[in-house]
Design a protein around this ligand. Structure first.
Ligand code: ASN
Length: 341
């Protein structure tokens, strides 16, 4: 009876540390390794656990090699298998997990089921690892809870994917969601934070995104804007400026003002995010952001750069005109930002 009612989850393995094995060249993805290891984890057969199918991509990738092509493949596979499963798990390297989660949050429109990315800092092949717990809890959540969002599960926290950020290379708490609370916390019990979870969509619609010519410029004192100005041409569609504090720039720097003017003349969208981990870009708050306001810059508010970049790809792929894209960049589409009150 229980067997009949058991939920079904599709696990898609893309690569990353979780399924790596020791090789002569250091940890590297190994085809078939996750499958054989999962068959040895007794708990996965418990009645409370959902049943699962495992799909292994080939080649398995360190996530530093994952890009738009893989995002589209993932989104298409999820769309194809959507009706067969109650939820989806994506095993993914941690390095670019927040980018993939953000991209999927935009591409998987009108989501009604959980899509949870997880991975680990230590591979499953090691005696002491975070892989086993991350996978078991992510599976339990994907199978048993109706969370219609693309999420990241890592070290006891379920986070909205487009709010998450990798914050540590060596701690097991590798991710944070600095500007939005957890969707669920897995302590002694798994506690859902219902009020933070988005309402379900009307039924999946997948929109494939493409890459577009955009650039991210992180400001630092002493930056030579003359070098960057050369990059601005009518070919570049948007620049994301990672500004200081609440969106401030060296407003008296002639080379930077020249760059802003050139971007404006070429019709390049100027998006301003903050370098700070927490809080938002708030243009006009300080005199030091006035030149951005004058240049018609758009505020990235409290979006992560990962969300900002993937959202730009999504909106440019939709073919909207520049005015519409500017408006939507400041609009909450998937819970990725907090709108001005
Ligand atoms: N380099 C690995 C990756 O992103 C890191 C990890 O998964 N912990 O694929």
């Amino acid at each position: 009876m229980v067997e009949k009612n058991r939920k079904k989850v599709c696990i898609i393995h893309t690569g990353g540390t979780i399924g790596m094995a020791r090789t002569a060249k250091g940890y590297a993805p190994q085809a078939g390794f996750v499958k054989s290891t999962l068959s040895e984890i007794r708990e996965l057969n418990a009645a409370e656990m959902p049943k699962f199918d495992l799909i292994e991509y080939s080649p398995l990738l360190d996530s530093s090699s994952i890009s738009v092509k893989e995002w589209v493949k993932l989104a298409k596979d999820i769309e194809k298998k959507y009706n067969k499963y109650d939820g989806f798990i994506i095993l993914h390297g941690t390095d670019t997990m927040a980018y993939t989660a953000s991209a999927l949050s935009f591409m998987l429109e009108e989501l009604t089921k959980p899509v949870i990315l997880t991975g680990s800092q230590i591979p499953l092949c090691e005696i002491r690892n975070d892989a086993r717990d991350n996978l078991i809890t992510a599976l339990l959540i994907a199978g048993n809870y109706q969370i219609p969002e693309v999420c990241i599960y890592f070290e006891s926290r379920l986070m909205r994917g487009n709010r998450a950020k990798k914050v540590s290379t060596n701690q097991l708490i590798a991710f944070d969601s600095p500007n939005f609370p957890s969707l669920a916390d897995a302590g002694v019990k798994i506690v859902l934070n219902d009020k933070n979870i988005r309402d379900p969509g009307t039924g999946i619609q997948m929109f494939p995104i493409q890459e577009h010519p955009i650039a991210v410029i992180r400001l630092f004192p002493g930056i030579q804007f003359q070098l960057i100005e050369k990059m601005i041409s009518s070919k570049i569609k948007a620049i994301v400026i990672e500004a200081f504090g609440s969106g401030n720039i060296p407003g008296k720097n002639a080379a930077f003002l020249k760059l802003l003017k050139k971007a404006q003349e070429k019709g390049t969208l100027i998006l301003v995010c903050t370098q700070c981990l927490r809080g938002a870009a708030s243009l006009g708050e300080y005199e030091a952001s006035q030149e951005l306001v004058k240049a018609g810059a758009v505020s990235g508010l409290d979006m992560t750069v990962e969300a900002a970049v993937t959202k730009l790809f999504y909106l440019f792929s939709k073919g909207y005109n520049m005015e519409m894209i500017k408006k939507l960049m400041e609009t909450n589409l998937r819970g990725e930002l907090t709108e001005h009150s």
